[in-house]
Each structure stands twice: as C-alpha cells, then as structure tokens.
Design a protein around this ligand. Structure first.
Ligand code: ADP
Ligand code: MG
Length: 267
C-alpha cells in the first residue's frame, strides 16, 4: 500500500544491485523477502550457505510474512470487540468447563462439519472470551470468521432498508465459515428483521457453523425470530448439529472481590 513501484524498464542503470533487487521485490510484491534479504545475504555469505539453501530460506520468509499478513487482515475483517486467546483463559477458575472439549473445538473440526456451539451461562463466565478465542483459532486455520452481537445485527438489518442492501448483508453473513453471534438474548424484533434472522440461520444450517453465546436458555430466546414456531424450528436446527456448553460459575469480572472476601473470612 502506498508503495511506489517502478516498471522494470524504468529502472535507472545508476541503481546499485541492492536497490535493483529492492525494486524487483517491490514489483513482485515480495515484501517478506524485501524486509530481510540484505541481512540474510550477509549471513549466508558468512556461513558459506549453499545457494539453494539461501533461496529456500528466502522463500520461507515470504510465506511466513504473507501468512502473518493474512491472519492480521482476517482478524480485522472479523471485527472482534477485543482479542482473547485460549491460552489467556484460566480453566481452573471455571471448573464446569471441560478443557478437553474446548480444545477439541479449537481443532476446528466442528467447522469442517458445519456444526454449531452454544455457550450458555450467566454474565462474566467467559462465553464471549471463548467464542473470540475459537474465532482466532479458526482464522489461523484458514477459515474466515465474522463476529457480531445480536443487537448490532438487528440494528444492521433494521438500517438496511432496501432489498439490495439486505441481500448484500445477507451475503456477508453467509460467507464466513464461522459466524459468531454474541449475546443472543431477549430482543423483540419487527417482523422483517425476525424473518431475516430466521432465513439466515435456516440457510446456514448444515452449510456453515455458528457460535452463539447467551445468558438465557433456549426457551427464553422468545421473540427474536418473529414467532414461537420459528424460534422452535431454529432451535431444533441449531441443536441438531450443535454442542451446548453450559457454564455454571462465578463471574470472572468479580474474581478479585471473591478472593478478597475469602481472605477476609479466613482471618
Ligand atoms: P461473558 O461473555 O460470559 O459475559 P466474558 O467472556 O465477557 O464473559 O468475560 C468477562 C471478562 O473476564 C473478559 O475480560 C474475559 O476475558 C475475562 N474472563 C472470563 N473468564 C475468564 C477466565 N476463566 N480466564 C481468564 N479470563 C476470563
Ligand atoms: Mg459476553
């Protein structure tokens, strides 16, 4: 971006070899190699490296660079509210969570099978954290992800008030291999929005995974989809190819307060 590329034929004869290589690499968009070839060439010379080994090292550098860029780009596109990883998650604080099950999810096989995950539990127990962490794993494994809170999603649908915009929004939400819908809680939607959400989840069924997080149990998802019958139909599909993770525990947000109270009571 913003790089001024020179055409090969415009290269001045006065450029030295390093500058010429630099220009070629810019032209070919090989930024990984460009960032390092001078240092690597000096090291290769010092170590008497074979030309093919040197070439292989350069190419690996480019692949690593491109992969890191892709991951960064996809993370931006996913629109996570914050970055949280599985490695940051303290499983000992939340013993009702089966660590093995979460690491099985992290393999992303559930995405290959177009299955869903539903994290249920009270506020602060780490539902959103786990959903984001699994989203990051999915991106690392080359699967596109989109994160959205239900209230934001409802807002987006309400605002896309013509057929073309709605179709475009629908396409954006159908595209990612993994869609994360956070805070799937009680919202009363209008009929058009409820229908949109109903169709979205109906069409993703068996085609793409969804991770839901919710403070409410299924039977309280109520009027999100416009009618009780639709809600039942959607829950049926979600649960058919889905794993429900019920988290029962204390809020991590008040962890320090719990520890303080425990310390005081042991005095
Ligand atoms: P929920 O979505 O269930 O309301 P969050 O995932 O938003 O909860 O968690 C609230 C905060 O506590 C976040 O900053 C999250 O990273 C942190 N958190 C929750 N549980 C844990 C945990 N077991 N280990 C580390 N951090 C946690
Ligand atoms: Mg949450």
């Amino acid at each position: 971006m913003g790089k001024s590329k020179v055409n090969l034929y415009q290269m001045s004869g006065s450029l030295n070899q390093i500058q010429r290589i630099n220009e070629c690499l810019k032209l070919l968009d090989l930024e990984g190699i460009r960032s390092t070839f001078e240092v690597m060439a000096k090291t290769a010379l010092k170590n008497d490296s074979l030309p093919l080994d040197f070439l292989e090292d350069l190419l690996e550098k480019e692949i690593t660079w491109k992969e890191a860029n892709r991951i960064e780009r996809w993370i931006q596109q996913a629109r996570f509210p914050w970055k949280k990883t599985l490695e940051d998650f303290d499983f000992s604080f939340q013993p009702t969570i089966d660590k093995k099950q979460i690491y099985e999810f992290a393999s992303c096989r559930f995405i290959d099978r177009a299955e869903n995950i539903i994290f249920l539990g009270p506020p602060g127990v780490g539902k959103t954290h786990l959903a984001i962490a699994l989203g990051l794993k999915a991106i690392q494994k080359g699967k596109e992800v989109k994160f959205v809170r239900l209230d934001q999603l409802i807002d987006m649908v309400d605002k896309a008030n013509d057929a073309i915009l709605l179709r475009r929004l629908f396409g954006t939400l159908m595209l990612p291999k993994l869609l994360i819908i956070d805070e799937m809680d009680f919202y009363e939607t209008n009929l058009a929005t409820g229908t949109f959400l109903f169709k979205l989840l109906q069409q993703r069924y068996e085609k793409g995974s969804v991770i839901f997080t919710s403070n409410k149990s299924f039977d309280q998802w109520g009027k999100i989809f416009g009618s009780h019958a639709r809600t039942l139909a959607i829950i049926d599909r979600i649960a058919h190819h889905g794993e429900i993770v019920n988290i029962e525990g204390e809020s991590y947000r008040i962890k320090d307060k719990i520890i303080q109270v425990q310390q005081m009571s042991s005095l």
